[in-house]
Design a protein around this ligand. Structure first.
Ligand code: ADP
Ligand code: MG
Length: 379
């Protein structure tokens, strides 16, 4: 199978690929900034994927082409953190991380195509890493499991690309199942597939890409993560995950003022994941709405990672009749999700667009998300 928009692998490399693999982007329903605190998350995979056609090379050369990035070439023996920058750094990072983990992998030819919007908080970076990881797993017969590949991809992003992300994005891309949300415990990677039948409940999940990506996001993310880790140390805990809601009142006064809202967000957010899962398990999908909106308030007021565009999208969607809405992903822009009655989806999206234009913001890009399948071989 050859994806239409993809330049022919044969034209690029002079022969056919050995196969094609796909890995999806994701939206997180609830559980934001909880993964690196070893807490709970609840993402779904998107139908949008990064697709990798690939063929093994035995001369140690990694040759890359992406419809979104162009071409690059590197010898795998030369790979070291930071040695490849720009988009090609992500695939290079995965090959480096596999070798670092002791897997005897060499070169390959890769032709990449994608319909995951980049830089929109929908985790195109994890989709790219996971597409490369799963392709390499098959090309080199590594036999690694989906969670093992997710850990390799996370290490690639942390240690090579230099983004200190938690494990959610890579686990979502590798392990989500169609029709379900992934209830993941980031402490030990135990997971449960929770059925989410939006259409059956007459609902739709709108994704509103605010088109904003603030550069301060990357440094701020690292600072927030460091703040959480400092708070855990001060409380004598391995991670904030160990703090329950009942401990909050006694824990907060033991912390410096600036760390208290961070801790409050993490503890209440873990609770919201539990609450959301209970609603889903009870088939009460619309009851998820207020949990989402409460999560947004916590990100806005306690964690302080929202921005005027995400706040406007959430407020407008809720005023237009959404059951609930929140920003999804790390923050400082990116995308907002809104849980809406299916027949109201267009009207809610139109209201948000009108509100953006009235403020002089760029019109958001709108998708409808259905829980899709995680990374897999497609040809
Ligand atoms: P997000 O993961 O939210 O989309 P990131 O900034 O983490 O945002 O990752 C976006 C980056 O990932 C892009 O700038 C690009 O370097 C890389 N990327 C993602 N998808 C592709 C692709 N299909 N081709 C080339 N590069 C890609
Ligand atoms: Mg990313």
């Amino acid at each position: 199978m050859n994806t239409l928009s993809q330049p022919s692998f044969t034209r690029l490399y002079g022969h056919a690929p050995e196969g094609e693999w796909a890995a999806p982007g994701r939206v997180n329903l609830i559980g934001e900034h909880t993964d690196y605190n070893l807490g709970f998350v609840l993402p779904i995979a998107l139908p949008q994927t990064v697709r990798a056609q690939a063929r093994r090379r035995d001369d140690g050369l990694l040759r890359l082409h992406s419809t979104k990035g162009g071409s690059a070439e590197v010898a795998v023996a030369d790979l070291a953190p930071g040695s490849v920058t720009g988009w090609a750094g992500y695939p290079a990072a995965v090959v480096w991380a596999l070798r670092e983990a002791g897997h005897d992998v060499g070169g390959a030819e890769l032709s990449l195509d994608s319909d995951v919007p980049t830089g929109a908080g929908l985790s195109s970076s994890a989709a790219l890493e996971c597409a490369v990881a799963i392709a390499y797993n098959d090309l080199y017969g590594l036999g690694l499991s989906a969670p093992e590949l997710a850990l390799v991809a996370q290490r690639a992003e942390n240690a090579y690309v230099g983004v200190p992300c938690g494990i959610m994005d890579q686990m979502a891309s590798m392990c989500c199942r169609a029709g379900a949300a992934l209830h993941l415990d980031s402490r030990d990677l135990t997971m449960r597939q929770v059925p989410v039948d939006l259409a059956g409940a007459g609902l739709a999940l709108l994704v509103l890409d605010t088109r904003v990506k603030h550069d301060l996001g990357d440094g701020a993310y690292a600072g927030l993560r460091a703040g959480c880790e400092r708070a855990a140390r001060l409380l004598g805990l391995p991670a904030l995950r160990e703090l329950g809601p009942a401990d909050l009142a006694s824990a907060l006064p033991r912390l410096p003022e600036e760390l208290r809202p961070l801790v409050r967000h993490v503890v209440t957010e873990n609770e919201r994941v539990t609450e959301a899962v209970a609603h889903l398990a009870a088939g009460a999908l619309a009851a998820l709405g207020p949990v989402l909106t409460a999560g947004h308030a916590s990100l806005r007021d306690d964690y302080r990672v929202s921005c005027p565009e995400t706040d406007l999208a959430v407020d407008t969607a809720v005023a237009a009749g959404a059951h609930g809405a929140r920003m999804t992903g790390g923050g400082f822009g990116g995308s907002v999700i809104a849980l809406v009655d299916a027949e109201a989806a267009e009207a809610v999206a139109a209201d948000v667009t009108a509100a953006f234009l009235a403020k002089g913001f760029t019109a958001p890009r709108t998708l409808t998300a259905t829980p899709a399948e995680g990374a897999r071989r497609i040809a």
